[in-house]
Write a protein that binds this ligand. Structure first.
Ligand code: PBG
Length: 328
């Protein structure tokens, strides 16, 4: 059967019809909002590289979380900017650390919100690398212990999930063992399984004050051209006990998301990173694109590629728009 019998335009004619046959939907249930926590009180400092995103003190973070949860966002992921940094990232594993404080405050204010923590040393080390150095190289196995301690410390403060983003080999197994030993066998691990050494993280490094002081992250994060390697990373993290796997960044890696979705039975998250956010925000503020539409088109593409969960700086904006449209 062909034209003029078949006319694909029939189902595109009205918004109601389009709504009925829409194959992919972005639900608030899928969204995780990243937040940056800084020391201090009453602080809400806009991040220059990421318009509309803020570094917030613990009290403001808890308020923000209450607002997000009320709007329908189920989860946040926390990044901490510590008071002081050192060679091994000591503040990252301290009970008095900034993320640990934030977790306690959030769980008190919004117990229902799922609080996920990013587990990585780069925000806490003086050199800005994601692990402990031996000479100019990141020592994989020495780093594992520190990541495990950080994970336990986040859980002791009340984290609902930990998300290692360092890309050390064997970290999921090391973290799982440490959590289990400390009676956190019920806390899931969302592993940044396929995390690429991407220039799209540029704006984040200002937000998290975590740029490496020398060199780059290419000796531990993945080489962007590689897909099979991503699938291998995912397979290894699954075998080590990951509960959710992640691909990061999202937009330039939709093929990786699709391939991961086809091979894995685990929930799949995609991180739409700072550069993806800032490009849209900047183009929109210059009047080059319709920011809200490009935001939804982008998030839809990530879902259509196969992601179940999306970490996105747009979480609040989507929720606010849905609320306004009476959709949630
Ligand atoms: C920490 C970490 C980074 C991001 C998430 N966790 C930065 C990096 O690896 O350099 C990037 C997030 C973003 O760009 O939005 N290792």
């Amino acid at each position: 059967m062909q034209f003029p019998i078949v006319r694909k335009r029939r189902l595109r004619r009205t918004e109601t019809l389009r709504r009925m046959v829409r194959e992919t939907k972005v639900s608030l249930d899928d969204l995780i909002a990243p937040l940056f926590v800084v020391p201090g009180k009453g602080l809400r400092n806009e991040i220059g590289s990421m318009p509309g995103q803020f570094q917030m003190s613990v009290d403001e973070t808890a308020k923000e979380c209450a607002g997000l949860f009320e709007l329908g966002i189920p989860a946040v992921i926390l990044f901490g900017i510590p008071e002081s940094k050192d060679e091994t990232g000591t503040e990252g594993i301290a009970d008095s650390g900034i993320v640990q404080q934030a977790i306690r405050a959030i769980k008190k204010e919004v117990p229902g919100l799922c609080v996920i923590t990013d587990v990585c040393l780069c925000e806490y080390t003086s050199h800005g690398h994601c692990g402990i150095l031996r000479g100019k190289e990141v020592d994989n196995d020495a780093t594992l212990e520190q990541l495990a301690r950080m994970s336990v410390s986040h859980c002791a403060a009340g984290a609902d999930m930990v998300a290692p983003s360092d890309m050390m080999d064997g970290r999921v197994a090391a973290i799982r063992a440490a959590l289990d030993e400390n009676n956190f066998e019920q806390v899931p691990i969302m592993s940044y399984a396929a995390k690429y050494a991407s220039a799209f993280y540029g704006p984040f490094r200002e937000a998290a004050e975590s740029a490496p002081k020398f060199g780059d992250r290419r000796a531990y994060q993945m080489d962007p051209p590689n897909l099979l390697e991503a699938l291998h990373e995912i397979e290894l993290d699954e075998a080590e006990g990951a509960d959710i796997i992640m691909v990061k960044p999202a937009l330039a890696y939709l093929d990786v998301i699709r391939a991961a979705r086809e091979r894995s039975l685990l929930p799949l998250a995609a991180y739409s990173v700072s550069g993806e956010y800032s490009m849209i925000m900047n183009a929109a503020s210059q009047g080059l694109i319709d920011g809200d539409r490009v935001m939804m088109e982008t998030l839809t593409s990530i879902k259509r590629a196969g992601a179940d969960l999306v970490l996105t700086y747009f979480a609040r904006r989507v929720a606010e728009n849905y609320r306004q449209e009476g959709r949630a």
